[in-house]
Design a protein around this ligand. Sequence first.
Ligand SMILES: CC(C)(COP(=O)(O)OP(=O)(O)OC[C@H]1O[C@@H](n2cnc3c(N)ncnc32)[C@H](O)[C@@H]1OP(=O)(O)O)[C@@H](O)C(=O)NCCC(=O)NCCS
Length: 151
Amino acid sequence: MSLKLVRNDPFNVELLKQLFGNSQDIQLLWPEAKIPFARDEWSEKFNLNPDNISLLFQLGGKNIGHVALIRDPLKRLKICFVYLDPSYRGSGFAHEMLRKTESWVKKSKLADTLFLTVRTYNPKAFSLYTKNRFQKLYQEGTAVLMSKDIK
Ligand SMILES: CC(C)(COP(=O)(O)OP(=O)(O)OC[C@H]1O[C@@H](n2cnc3c(N)ncnc32)[C@H](O)[C@@H]1OP(=O)(O)O)[C@@H](O)C(=O)NCCC(=O)NCCS
């Protein structure tokens, strides 16, 4: 079965709270985030800029994954908060979420290049992005900035 991409619009923070289960995962998503999940800071993050987008991925009507598209201060479109429900990991769904996000960005003509930051201590995510042809631009401490041309 394939995933359905649904935009979380208007932004509903409860859906993220239900999805982002344990504290370890929250720290991988956002190392500075409060533990446990704090609705206020996540709402603030998304509502900071009306261009910020939250995409949910559904399987049989159930939300199992998430990808956000956030404009950074340099106006670059960054993929953030990439998350897959632990029960569905290791099954190729994460690759599908990235492919579908990329097609959605292309179709919406939002950007010609996608950016993301991954941590050196998250080798699985790093491998996921590398296999989806994101390239390393530079590293600052544990943060690696990657990009992909999607023209
Ligand atoms: C990141 C995440 C979305 C990846 O989804 P997943 O289903 O667990 O990922 P996969 O098992 O498909 O692994 C992705 C690739 O990394 C490889 N991989 C898995 N574990 C690895 C490891 N420890 N080191 C290096 N590569 C690894 C896999 O081989 C896979 O490639 P393949 O599909 O070609 O075999 C998911 O683990 C998650 O939600 N993690 C918590 C939040 C998070 O870390 N988000 C990313 C923040 S940048």
